[in-house]
Design a protein around this ligand. Sequence first.
Ligand SMILES: NC(=O)c1ccc[n+]([C@@H]2O[C@H](COP(=O)([O-])OP(=O)(O)OC[C@H]3O[C@@H](n4cnc5c(N)ncnc54)[C@H](OP(=O)(O)O)[C@@H]3O)[C@@H](O)[C@H]2O)c1
Length: 264
Amino acid sequence: MSTILITGGTGTFGRDLTALLQPTARTLRIMSRKPAPPDLPANIEWAVANLATGTGIDDAVRGADIIINAASDSGGNTHQADVVGLQSLLNAAQSHKISHFLHISIVGIDQMPFGYYRHKLDAEAVVSASVLPYSIARITQFHSLVLNILEPSLKIPGAPLRIPTDIQFQSIDSREAAAQTLTYLHTPANGRLPDIGGPEVLMLGEMAQTLLDARGDSRPIEHTLTPDPKVFWPSPEAIEAYRRGLNTTPDHCCGSITWRDFVT
Ligand SMILES: NC(=O)c1ccc[n+]([C@@H]2O[C@H](COP(=O)([O-])OP(=O)(O)OC[C@H]3O[C@@H](n4cnc5c(N)ncnc54)[C@H](OP(=O)(O)O)[C@@H]3O)[C@@H](O)[C@H]2O)c1
C-alpha cells in the first residue's frame, strides 16, 4: 500500500487534500513544523519537519511513495522554505525513490511582478530540474484568499469598502482545486499539468458587492488604487497585472462552486 506525504498538510489546501484522501485505504503522512494533534486519526502519520531549516525532512520522506508539496511560507521566509528547503525535499525524495512529486504552484507566476510569485517560479525551476517523476499543478487564487483580502476592510461598520474594483480573479473553491489536483496523483506529467482555474472570471468590485449583498451590508464600494494600508496589497505593478487578469486562466475553468455560492 502506498504512503502519500502531504507537505503543508495543515494549510488550507493541504487540509482539503487530506480530507479527500483520508477515506481511501491509503496511508497519509502530514508534514508540519508543529507537533501532531492529540486526535490524529489512525491512518494518518505525522512528521515534524521544517523546510526552512532542513530539520526532519529525510525522516518525513522515508517510506513514502508519493509527495504532494503543498507547503509554502508566504509570510517572509519564502526563498529559504520554498526554494532552498524544496531542494532538500527533492534530494530526500530522490534518495527514497519517490514515484511522483506533485508540486503545487499558482497560475500566472511567470508574468506577475510579485515577490512571492518570483520565489514560486524559482521553486518550479527547482522541481523541473529534478530527475524525479514530477508534475506541477498551477492553481488560481482560492475563494478563501479573496475573502481574506476583503474581510479586514469590513471590520469598521458602515465604512466604505475602498478597493481596486477592476482587478480580476478566477477564484476557486480549494476543495474543488484539491479534487482536480488528485486526478493527476498517479500520472506524472514531467512538466506542468493543465492549469486549474475557478469557474468564472470576476472583477473584485463585483465580488465585493456579492459579498456585501450576502451579508445584508449596504456600505458603498469605492474604487481606489491605494487600498486600506492595514490590508496587504501588492505593489501598483502587481495590481496592474491583476487588472490585466494575468492571474487567470479562462480556458481552464474547473469546479462548480462559484464565488456567490462560497459567500452565501
Ligand atoms: N491560497 C491560495 O489562494 C493559493 C492559490 C493557488 C495556489 N496556492 C498554493 O497552494 C499551496 C498551499 O497554499 P495554502 O493557501 O494552503 O497555504 P497555507 O494555508 O498558508 O499553508 C501553508 C502550509 O505550509 C506549511 N509550511 C510553511 N512553512 C513551512 C516550513 N518552513 N516547513 C514546513 N512546512 C511549512 C505550513 O505548515 P505548518 O505551519 O503546520 O508548519 C502550512 O501547512 C502553496 O504552494 C500556495 O502557493 C495557494
